[in-house]
Design a protein around this ligand. Structure first.
Ligand SMILES: [Zn+2]
Ligand SMILES: [Zn+2]
Ligand SMILES: [Zn+2]
Length: 230
Protein backbone atom coordinates (compact mmCIF):
# COMPACT_ATOMS: atom_id res chain seq x y z
CA UNK A 1 0.00 0.00 0.00
CA UNK A 2 1.35 3.40 -0.96
CA UNK A 3 0.46 6.72 0.58
CA UNK A 4 0.79 9.87 -1.46
CA UNK A 5 0.41 13.41 -0.22
CA UNK A 6 -0.67 16.13 -2.61
CA UNK A 7 -0.55 19.89 -2.07
CA UNK A 8 -2.50 21.65 -4.82
CA UNK A 9 -1.72 25.34 -5.20
CA UNK A 10 -5.19 26.62 -6.01
CA UNK A 11 -8.71 25.87 -4.74
CA UNK A 12 -9.73 24.88 -8.29
CA UNK A 13 -6.98 22.29 -8.48
CA UNK A 14 -8.06 21.04 -5.05
CA UNK A 15 -11.65 20.62 -6.17
CA UNK A 16 -10.83 18.86 -9.44
CA UNK A 17 -8.51 16.41 -7.68
CA UNK A 18 -11.26 15.68 -5.14
CA UNK A 19 -13.71 15.08 -7.99
CA UNK A 20 -11.28 12.72 -9.72
CA UNK A 21 -10.60 10.75 -6.54
CA UNK A 22 -14.26 10.51 -5.60
CA UNK A 23 -15.32 9.35 -9.06
CA UNK A 24 -12.47 6.81 -9.15
CA UNK A 25 -13.54 5.58 -5.67
CA UNK A 26 -10.04 6.02 -4.24
CA UNK A 27 -9.49 5.91 -0.49
CA UNK A 28 -8.31 9.30 0.70
CA UNK A 29 -8.74 11.99 3.27
CA UNK A 30 -8.31 15.72 3.09
CA UNK A 31 -8.48 18.81 5.28
CA UNK A 32 -10.62 21.88 5.21
CA UNK A 33 -9.32 24.61 2.87
CA UNK A 34 -7.71 27.23 5.06
CA UNK A 35 -9.36 30.06 3.15
CA UNK A 36 -12.75 28.59 4.11
CA UNK A 37 -11.88 28.06 7.74
CA UNK A 38 -13.57 30.35 10.25
CA UNK A 39 -11.59 32.73 12.43
CA UNK A 40 -12.41 31.85 16.00
CA UNK A 41 -11.94 34.07 19.05
CA UNK A 42 -13.05 33.90 22.67
CA UNK A 43 -15.07 36.69 24.25
CA UNK A 44 -14.90 37.32 28.00
CA UNK A 45 -16.73 39.82 30.14
CA UNK A 46 -20.32 39.40 28.96
CA UNK A 47 -23.10 38.11 31.16
CA UNK A 48 -23.65 34.41 30.53
CA UNK A 49 -27.23 34.99 29.35
CA UNK A 50 -26.44 37.71 26.81
CA UNK A 51 -28.58 36.96 23.74
CA UNK A 52 -26.39 35.55 20.95
CA UNK A 53 -28.06 37.68 18.28
CA UNK A 54 -27.19 40.85 20.23
CA UNK A 55 -23.53 39.82 20.32
CA UNK A 56 -23.63 39.09 16.58
CA UNK A 57 -25.31 42.40 15.82
CA UNK A 58 -22.82 44.40 17.87
CA UNK A 59 -19.78 42.72 16.35
CA UNK A 60 -21.17 43.21 12.84
CA UNK A 61 -21.77 46.90 13.60
CA UNK A 62 -18.06 47.08 14.37
CA UNK A 63 -17.14 45.86 10.88
CA UNK A 64 -16.99 42.06 11.01
CA UNK A 65 -18.98 39.31 9.34
CA UNK A 66 -20.05 36.76 11.97
CA UNK A 67 -20.66 33.13 11.01
CA UNK A 68 -21.76 32.10 14.48
CA UNK A 69 -21.64 32.78 18.21
CA UNK A 70 -21.85 30.04 20.82
CA UNK A 71 -21.99 30.17 24.57
CA UNK A 72 -19.36 28.00 26.26
CA UNK A 73 -20.75 25.44 28.69
CA UNK A 74 -19.00 24.30 31.80
CA UNK A 75 -17.39 20.93 30.94
CA UNK A 76 -18.84 19.17 34.00
CA UNK A 77 -22.04 20.95 35.03
CA UNK A 78 -22.99 21.93 31.43
CA UNK A 79 -24.09 25.33 32.79
CA UNK A 80 -23.54 28.38 30.55
CA UNK A 81 -20.34 30.25 31.37
CA UNK A 82 -19.63 33.99 30.88
CA UNK A 83 -17.57 33.00 27.85
CA UNK A 84 -18.52 32.99 24.17
CA UNK A 85 -16.93 31.63 21.03
CA UNK A 86 -17.21 33.93 18.03
CA UNK A 87 -16.60 32.54 14.54
CA UNK A 88 -15.88 35.17 11.90
CA UNK A 89 -15.96 34.65 8.15
CA UNK A 90 -12.33 34.71 6.97
CA UNK A 91 -11.43 38.29 6.05
CA UNK A 92 -8.31 40.47 5.96
CA UNK A 93 -9.53 42.49 8.95
CA UNK A 94 -10.18 39.44 11.18
CA UNK A 95 -7.47 40.33 13.70
CA UNK A 96 -9.05 43.78 14.24
CA UNK A 97 -11.57 41.98 16.44
CA UNK A 98 -8.94 42.01 19.21
CA UNK A 99 -9.41 45.80 19.38
CA UNK A 100 -13.07 45.52 20.32
CA UNK A 101 -13.57 46.44 23.96
CA UNK A 102 -17.34 47.03 24.28
CA UNK A 103 -20.16 44.73 23.28
CA UNK A 104 -23.79 45.01 24.36
CA UNK A 105 -23.06 47.71 26.98
CA UNK A 106 -20.33 45.67 28.64
CA UNK A 107 -16.58 45.85 28.68
CA UNK A 108 -15.21 42.75 27.00
CA UNK A 109 -11.89 41.11 26.33
CA UNK A 110 -11.25 39.29 23.07
CA UNK A 111 -8.77 36.44 23.30
CA UNK A 112 -7.30 33.72 21.17
CA UNK A 113 -8.84 30.32 21.83
CA UNK A 114 -6.68 27.69 23.45
CA UNK A 115 -5.00 25.55 20.87
CA UNK A 116 -6.27 22.03 20.74
CA UNK A 117 -3.56 19.68 21.94
CA UNK A 118 -5.25 16.36 21.43
CA UNK A 119 -4.61 14.60 18.16
CA UNK A 120 -7.97 14.31 16.40
CA UNK A 121 -9.20 10.87 15.45
CA UNK A 122 -11.51 10.14 12.55
CA UNK A 123 -14.67 8.36 13.67
CA UNK A 124 -15.07 6.77 10.23
CA UNK A 125 -11.68 5.08 9.58
CA UNK A 126 -10.21 5.50 13.12
CA UNK A 127 -6.99 7.02 11.75
CA UNK A 128 -5.63 10.29 13.13
CA UNK A 129 -5.20 13.94 12.12
CA UNK A 130 -8.38 14.32 10.11
CA UNK A 131 -12.11 14.18 10.81
CA UNK A 132 -14.90 12.12 9.29
CA UNK A 133 -16.31 15.00 7.22
CA UNK A 134 -13.06 14.98 5.22
CA UNK A 135 -12.62 11.22 5.12
CA UNK A 136 -13.13 9.07 2.08
CA UNK A 137 -11.32 5.99 3.36
CA UNK A 138 -13.06 2.66 3.88
CA UNK A 139 -14.86 2.63 7.26
CA UNK A 140 -13.33 0.72 10.17
CA UNK A 141 -15.36 -0.25 13.17
CA UNK A 142 -14.21 1.29 16.46
CA UNK A 143 -15.32 -1.85 18.35
CA UNK A 144 -14.23 -4.82 16.24
CA UNK A 145 -11.93 -3.37 13.51
CA UNK A 146 -14.30 -4.76 10.87
CA UNK A 147 -14.85 -2.98 7.57
CA UNK A 148 -18.18 -1.48 8.53
CA UNK A 149 -19.55 1.65 10.14
CA UNK A 150 -19.23 1.48 13.94
CA UNK A 151 -22.98 2.06 14.40
CA UNK A 152 -23.82 -1.15 12.51
CA UNK A 153 -21.49 -3.39 14.56
CA UNK A 154 -22.89 -6.80 15.49
CA UNK A 155 -20.17 -7.70 18.00
CA UNK A 156 -21.73 -8.90 21.26
CA UNK A 157 -20.82 -7.23 24.54
CA UNK A 158 -18.99 -10.26 25.91
CA UNK A 159 -16.56 -10.69 23.01
CA UNK A 160 -13.46 -8.52 23.49
CA UNK A 161 -12.94 -5.43 21.30
CA UNK A 162 -10.27 -5.37 18.59
CA UNK A 163 -8.29 -2.21 17.91
CA UNK A 164 -7.81 -1.51 14.21
CA UNK A 165 -4.65 0.50 14.99
CA UNK A 166 -2.66 -1.95 17.11
CA UNK A 167 -4.81 -5.15 17.05
CA UNK A 168 -5.04 -4.98 20.86
CA UNK A 169 -8.18 -6.00 22.77
CA UNK A 170 -9.57 -2.49 23.24
CA UNK A 171 -11.71 -0.18 21.11
CA UNK A 172 -9.82 1.96 18.57
CA UNK A 173 -10.61 5.16 20.50
CA UNK A 174 -9.03 3.88 23.73
CA UNK A 175 -6.76 6.70 24.95
CA UNK A 176 -4.20 4.23 26.25
CA UNK A 177 -3.71 2.57 22.88
CA UNK A 178 0.03 2.68 22.20
CA UNK A 179 -0.49 4.08 18.68
CA UNK A 180 -2.44 7.02 20.10
CA UNK A 181 0.00 7.57 22.94
CA UNK A 182 2.99 7.69 20.55
CA UNK A 183 1.24 10.17 18.25
CA UNK A 184 0.15 12.34 21.14
CA UNK A 185 3.73 12.46 22.46
CA UNK A 186 5.04 13.44 19.03
CA UNK A 187 2.41 16.18 18.76
CA UNK A 188 3.32 17.54 22.22
CA UNK A 189 6.98 17.69 21.27
CA UNK A 190 6.10 19.50 18.05
CA UNK A 191 3.88 22.07 19.78
CA UNK A 192 6.61 22.64 22.31
CA UNK A 193 9.23 23.37 19.64
CA UNK A 194 6.77 25.55 17.73
CA UNK A 195 6.01 27.55 20.87
CA UNK A 196 9.70 27.96 21.58
CA UNK A 197 10.28 29.07 18.01
CA UNK A 198 7.43 31.58 18.11
CA UNK A 199 9.14 33.42 20.98
CA UNK A 200 12.12 34.30 18.79
CA UNK A 201 11.36 36.25 15.65
CA UNK A 202 11.13 33.41 13.12
CA UNK A 203 13.13 33.68 9.89
CA UNK A 204 10.91 34.34 6.87
CA UNK A 205 11.31 30.89 5.45
CA UNK A 206 10.79 29.02 8.74
CA UNK A 207 7.30 27.93 7.83
CA UNK A 208 8.36 26.81 4.37
CA UNK A 209 9.91 23.75 5.95
CA UNK A 210 6.45 22.51 6.90
CA UNK A 211 4.76 20.85 3.94
CA UNK A 212 2.34 23.15 2.27
CA UNK A 213 2.50 26.01 4.72
CA UNK A 214 4.36 28.26 2.31
CA UNK A 215 1.49 27.76 -0.05
CA UNK A 216 -1.41 30.09 -0.44
CA UNK A 217 -3.81 27.16 -0.11
CA UNK A 218 -2.14 24.70 2.19
CA UNK A 219 -4.32 21.70 1.60
CA UNK A 220 -2.66 18.41 2.20
CA UNK A 221 -4.14 15.13 1.59
CA UNK A 222 -3.00 11.61 1.74
CA UNK A 223 -4.48 9.10 -0.52
CA UNK A 224 -4.01 5.43 -0.79
CA UNK A 225 -3.60 4.17 -4.31
CA UNK A 226 -4.93 0.65 -4.84
CA UNK A 227 -3.69 -1.23 -7.94
CA UNK A 228 -7.06 -0.62 -9.54
CA UNK A 229 -9.83 1.71 -8.39
CA UNK A 230 -12.36 -0.17 -6.32
ZN1 LIG B 1 -10.90 8.83 8.26
ZN1 LIG C 1 -17.80 -3.90 14.32
ZN1 LIG D 1 -4.92 0.02 19.99
Amino acid sequence: MHEVMLTPSTPDAYRSIIRYLTEGKYAFHTYQIKSERVYRVVLRGLHRHTPLHEITRDIEKQGHKVRGVTNALHPKSKMPMPLFFVDLEPAPNNSDIFNICRIFYSEVRVEEPHKRRDVVQCTRCQQFCHTKSYCNRPPRCVHCAGEHDSTTCLKSRDTPATCTLCSGDHPANYRRCQVYKDLQNDARKRTYTQEKRSVDPPPMRASAAVAGSSNKFPILYHLRLPATPR
